[in-house]
Design a binder for this molecule. Structure first.
Ligand code: SF4
Length: 346
């Protein structure tokens, strides 16, 4: 049986150089090829224009190379765009473009499906099929950036790893993708414009603290005590709030990067005065700010959105208690692109 070829972008540049030198190619070719496969909008080796034909043949015989294909683009009445990507093995993921007056944010996926099954989330209804490779994560940003220029006339300003999947359960590939998004050899975007959002894997937050990436870290909190959080986020049973707060403080002490707590407001579940006070107590334990997020009901799940006035009161309570907090209106609801709605439906 023919051995499956590795994707060329799974190699680091020095590895590519070594492979090419084994074939008798001069060292500078790796830089030329690298530039095409990461920075240019091509999807086959044959499109590389400044290398000999024979080398294109060598690349084709040694490596595979493919970009996800955009198979679906849906535009919401509020300008949000949901984009469906088909991966080279036929799997399907989604990414979202969210425009506001001051920024254009891409929300990207890190896994096909998700293993965590949070009770309010459509992605959690799918099982995890596989992790994404770093270049598949990168490609979502690359292709969404192209779409952003086409549709809004400007490039992306921010990236959030908040689509399908738990980024810290695909740690190595997520970190490599963010490095390539930052690097001059990739997209050259500032790491301060990237946020990785986790459901809360204590051990991996400690790992992040050691590795000290420059991106921002958000914790999907959604309930401010263990009893409630266990009910909606299974992962909390093995990664409780006390351990998470310790890990987040560890991350902060090493990176000086303030944590964002994401908190989806679920009617009559986490939106009472007591919940607000408990959230204040949690937020005081680590340098942080709070994003309150309007919930979008998902068919088949037993949650509803908090009334807008109640959500505002909740926000005001946090602010009065000197917790930086904002209330986010949900975007892209009519195309199932809003937070917690990505379900990978083709
Ligand atoms: S909220 Fe995030 S971690 Fe939880 S099931 Fe959905 S995608 Fe997975």
């Amino acid at each position: 049986m023919e051995k499956e070829k590795a994707d060329i972008r799974s190699l680091e540049i020095h590895e590519l150089q070594e492979k090419l030198e084994e074939q008798g190619e001069p060292g500078f070719r790796s830089k030329q090829i690298w530039d095409w496969i990461w920075r240019k909008d091509i999807s086959s080796f044959a499109e590389i224009r400044n290398i000999p034909k024979s080398l294109i043949g060598t690349l084709e015989s040694k490596f595979s190379f493919g970009r996800p294909t955009v198979v679906d683009v849906q535009k919401s009445s509020d300008g949000t765009i949901k984009c469906g990507f088909e991966l080279s093995d036929g799997e399907f993921i989604e990414g979202v473009l969210i425009p506001t007056d001051s920024r254009i944010t891409a929300c990207i996926s890190s896994q096909v499906g998700c293993s965590l099954s949070c009770a309010f989330c459509a992605t959690g209804l799918l099982k995890r099929k596989r992790n994404l490779f770093s270049y598949e994560i990168y490609d979502q940003v690359f292709l969404l950036n192209r779409l952003s220029r086409e549709v809004y006339g400007k490039p992306l300003s921010n990236i959030v790893y908040m689509g399908m999947g738990e980024p810290l359960l695909n740690y190595g590939q997520v970190l490599r993708s963010s490095r390539m998004i930052n690097s001059k050899e990739g997209m050259g975007m500032s790491p301060t414009r990237i946020t990785v959002s986790t459901a809360g894997i204590t051990k991996m937050i400690d790992q992040l603290a050691n590795d000290q990436p420059k991106f921002n870290l958000a914790l999907s909190l959604h309930a401010a005590n263990d009893e409630k959080r266990n009910k909606v986020m299974e992962i909390n049973r093995t990664n409780d709030l006390q351990g998470l707060i310790k890990a987040l403080n560890n991350f902060y002490s090493k990176t000086r990067n303030r944590i964002t707590f994401e908190y989806i407001m679920l009617k009559d579940f986490n939106d009472s005065d007591t919940d607000a006070e408990e959230l204040v107590q949690i937020a005081r334990k680590v340098p942080s700010k709070v994003n309150l997020i309007e919930y979008n009901p998902v068919a088949g799940l037993p949650f509803a959105k908090t009334d807008p006035e109640k959500a505002e009161r909740f926000r005001d309570y946090l602010v009065k208690n000197r917790i930086p907090a904002s209330l986010r209106r949900s975007r892209g609801k009519d195309i199932d692109a809003a937070c917690g709605q990505l379900a990978g439906k083709k």
